[in-house]
Design a binder for this molecule. Structure first.
Ligand SMILES: Nc1ncnc2c1ncn2[C@@H]1O[C@H](COP(=O)(O)OP(=O)(O)OP(=O)(O)O)[C@@H](O)[C@H]1O
Ligand SMILES: [Mg+2]
Length: 235
């Protein structure tokens, strides 16, 4: 069954492309034929895909932010190979409502990355309100996962983020540390799951709760308040 996973937040720089590319490469590397739709006119995900080494599992790319080339129709442009099982959508910081409706339609799950900062919390909180309204109309069944990104375990900002998310009733499904592994993987068209396991053990472990949420029924469960004990390995 095809599942469409939308990575979105109106806040710039919070990790949308990082999550999209890592999720797409995780799926491809683990035997789920995957397509990556890039709705950002800056083409970050497309550029990442262009860097991807040919020996790695193939990901079908769609530059959805641009009109189809030549005489092709939009629906031709949006086609994916028949074996595709997962579609990951990377989105830009701010989207027109019409595009938002398009990305949300038939979504199976929505992932919202958030950074541990006061401004990011404020902007994301406002975005969540708008998003909830649109999702009631266009993706009523799709659950939302918040992913805290670039966190440092002992930083006050991380504790404030957890407090904020728990109070909002949206505890994070995963917390990803700030790590140069993401920067290195991005430059090479890879995901952290495709880098040396010895370098990325902590990152893989942190990703597992998001993967479990997406793939083993977590999407249907009520999120529990997040405590540091729940995820011990954050640098
Ligand atoms: N967990 C992380 N550890 C270290 N660096 C990270 C992490 N997540 C993202 N980054 C870096 O932060 C920067 C912004 O991330 P990214 O491009 O994924 O954000 P974005 O939300 O897609 O931004 P935009 O809104 O501009 O599209 C990038 O340089 C990326 O490599
Ligand atoms: Mg981006």
């Amino acid at each position: 069954m095809i599942r469409k996973i939308v990575v979105i937040n109106s806040k710039g720089g919070c990790g949308k492309t990082t999550l999209s590319t890592n999720l797409a490469s995780y799926y491809a590397a683990n035997g789920y034929p995957c397509a990556l739709f890039d709705y950002d006119p800056q083409d970050s995900a497309t550029r990442w895909l262009n860097q991807r080494p040919a020996y790695l599992a193939k990901i079908h790319g769609v530059a959805a932010a641009h009109p189809p080339e030549g005489n092709f129709t939009r629906s031709f442009q949006m086609r994916v190979p028949p074996e595709t099982q997962r579609i990951v959508l990377d989105t830009p910081a701010s989207m027109k409502r019409m595009d938002l409706v398009e990305v949300l339609r038939d979504a199976s799950a929505v992932i919202i990355p958030i950074l541990p900062s006061f401004i990011d919390c404020q902007v994301t909180s406002a975005f969540l309100k708008d998003l909830s309204t649109e999702m009631r109309l266009h993706a009523p069944g799709a659950p939302i996962a918040i992913v805290a990104n670039r966190v440092r375990r002992n930083a006050r900002a991380f504790h404030m983020l957890l407090e904020f998310l728990n109070e909002e009733g949206r505890p994070p499904v995963a917390c990803l540390r700030d790590s140069q592994c993401y920067v290195q993987a991005a430059a090479e068209g890879m995901g952290i799951h495709e880098l040396k396991a010895s370098l990325t053990r902590e990152d893989r472990c942190q990703w597992q709760s998001l993967i479990d949420w997406l793939e083993t029924g977590g999407v249907n469960a009520q999120p529990e308040a997040f405590t540091l004990e729940k995820q011990a390995i954050i640098a």
